[in-house]
Design a protein around this ligand. Structure first.
Ligand SMILES: C[S@@+](CC[C@H](N)C(=O)[O-])C[C@H]1O[C@@H](n2cnc3c(N)ncnc32)[C@H](O)[C@@H]1O
Length: 290
């Protein structure tokens, strides 16, 4: 069992105000200003102040066990001209593992034949191992871009990617998953795949209840008439994508994994407005279909 989330409350132990990362909070999040400040405190927390539920060091093996079936194949299929983006990479351990396993086994020449990888994170969690591996490989084989959330990158700034992953990163933390998915799908090549997950959501098959008695699901969408729209159904309503959703109960709380394959360019994501954001690891969020 993978215990992964301490809902909301650990952050109350954090100091009142962190100097903050410029622009780390999502724009358009003004109604949640206090909660965004608390959330930034979590991003910037270190050592004893870092909530137990804020995990930043998952390995590539952990990504493989966590994400939907097919992730390891998608990664293995990448060639030297392909690019992989990991959104919300924490210390970038999964990306490092991708290169280091090959460096150890086959030496520099083979590591260079791997895809190029870009890791983005709001806060800079790089350890010396990242800089050492980046220096060994040289060029732009692996890049770590800290300082802002995904939505603050300009169109075209990061280029396009064959594979995009997000393990409890921006998809779980952003104040608006509509903006997030729109940006992800604009960066994904046609026939490329996005692998991600959410914790404690109402699964496609409706088999699970909110994990904490008396609480809501962690991420919820309401239709224009107030009726429930499950996350999987919303993803499946995006044009030009093929989506599969799978509830995994070996996490506490359970997760739903998503595999989103882009099959054509005319992507339209049904718009959502955010109506609830409570800081946490990850935050609690509510959205309404426009
Ligand atoms: C809980 S850590 C997960 C780290 C890593 N994926 C892992 O599993 O170890 C959350 C990460 O998501 C990043 N993050 C949160 N919201 C983001 C956003 N909107 N855009 C990009 N990164 C984001 C944080 O800065 C942090 O790097």
């Amino acid at each position: 069992m993978i215990k992964n989330s301490i809902r909301v409350f650990a952050l109350l132990l954090l100091p009142a105000l962190w100097p903050g990362t410029s622009g780390a909070a999502d724009a358009g999040a003004a109604p949640f200003a206090d909660e965004i400040t608390k959330q930034e405190n979590i991003y910037q927390s270190r050592g004893e102040k870092q909530p137990e539920g804020y995990v930043v060091d998952r390995s590539l093996l952990s990504y493989t066990h966590t994400l939907a079936a097919g992730f390891d194949r998608s990664l293995a299929d990448l060639g030297p001209t392909d690019r992989w983006l990991d959104i919300g990479a924490g210390q970038g351990q999964a990306v490092l593992d991708y290169f280091e396993s090959r460096l150890r086994r086959d030496g520099l020449e083979h590591a260079e034949r791997k895809a190029k990888a870009v890791a983005i994170s709001i806060e800079d969690r790089r350890l010396p191992a990242w800089n050492e591996t980046a220096a060994k490989l040289g060029g732009d084989q692996l890049q770590y871009l800290p300082g802002k959330p995904l939505r603050e990158y300009l169109p075209g700034e990061l280029g396009r990617f064959r594979l995009i992953t997000d393990v409890i990163g921006g998809f779980s933390y952003s104040t608006n998953i509509f903006d997030f998915m729109t940006t992800v799908l604009s960066m994904l090549e046609t026939n490329g795949t996005f692998y991600s997950l959410l914790q404690d959501v109402h699964a496609e098959n409706g088999a699970n209840k909110p994990y904490y008695a008396g609480a809501t699901y962690l991420t919820e969408i309401a239709g224009a008439d107030g009726s429930e729209v499950r996350i999987c159904a919303w993803l499946k309503s995006i044009s030009c994508v093929e989506v599969s959703c799978n509830l995994k109960t070996d996490w506490i709380p359970p997760i739903e994994t998503y595999r989103v394959r882009k099959v054509c360019d005319d992507v339209k994501v049904p718009a959502l407005t955010a109506n609830r954001f409570l800081a946490g690891t990850p935050p609690e969020r509510g959205f309404k279909l426009k």
